[in-house]
Design a protein around this ligand. Structure first.
Ligand code: ATP
Length: 241
């Protein structure tokens, strides 16, 4: 579960990136965080993951306050950032072992998880190569594998499907569904509205740092008394049409 209460963030005392945002993401759901460029999605995700400090407000992950109990809060989640260009000089397997060390994953467990993840993402052959030599999609996959190696309860993914080929994208979506169906939490941002419409149990639409809508796609259609697609409703709501 992720809870944000009255969270605010401005940059340089000027740009209000996130404006009094209150939101609860429950265990058992895939939650899509949608908004146009510059809406405040990445800033929100960086505050949830403790990378950026909010000016005001409280964030809790599975009940652990990110500001007051950062280590406990960080043990709860795995975070896939929007850019996968990390630790490029390490080989794939070195990176996965590094991530497993960070989270104290026992040797036998990590071996099984690496095999299972590499199988699902078709990356077993490349694990002995440096990440530098990987394509964008392969880098994205190794980052996702590194995040999942400690089996975090809460998944936080910033644009996770960008650059993935159709098979890997399908696999990740399937894994997100399995994770949510086991009672755990998946929170992800996306620009791909067809994916959000099909995959998410609930969505929030954010624009200029404010939540414009939060609920199921059906709630959204009822509220706007419309059978328009999520894409059309999104464009109407954010005024981009
Ligand atoms: N480090 C920063 N310094 C100053 N302003 C910033 C910084 N990071 C973000 N902003 C501003 O804050 C606002 C929200 O940006 P943010 O990156 O959170 O949006 P986003 O919804 O993730 O956008 P995108 O979909 O383009 O990734 C924008 O106006 C952006 O220009």
């Amino acid at each position: 579960m992720i809870e944000l209460m009255y969270v605010n963030k401005s940059y340089n005392n000027k740009t209000k990136a996130v404006d009094n945002l209150t939101l609860t993401v429950q265990g058992g759901e895939i939650f899509g965080f949608l908004g146009p460029n510059g809406a405040g999605k990445t800033t929100t995700i960086k505050m949830i993951t403790g990378i950026t400090k909010p000016d005001k407000g409280t964030i809790k992950i599975n009940g652990h306050d990110v500001a007051n109990t950062p280590i406990e809060a960080k043990k709860q989640f795995g975070y896939v950032p929007d850019s996968p260009d990390l630790f490029l000089r390490l080989k794939g397997l070195e990176y996965l072992n590094f991530m497993a060390d960070m989270y104290d994953v026992p040797k036998e467990v990590r071996k099984q998880r690496i095999e299972a993840l590499a199988g699902r993402f078709d990356l077993a052959q490349a694990l002995s190569d440096p990440i530098q030599s990987y394509s964008h999609g392969m880098r994205q996959k190794i980052v996702i594998m590194g995040v999942l190696i400690h089996d975090p309860a809460v998944w936080i993914l910033d644009e996770p499907l960008t650059g993935l080929d159709p098979k890997s994208s399908y696999t990740l979506k399937e894994m997100m569904r399995e994770h949510a169906d086991s009672g755990k939490t998946v929170f992800f941002s996306t620009h791909v509205l067809e994916v959000a419409e099909k995959l998410c149990d609930r969505v929030a639409i954010i624009n200029r740092g404010e939540i414009l809508f939060c609920g199921t796609f059906k709630d959204m259609q009822e509220r706007f008394q419309s059978d328009l697609s999520l894409e059309k409703l999104f464009l109407e709501l954010t005024g981009d049409e």
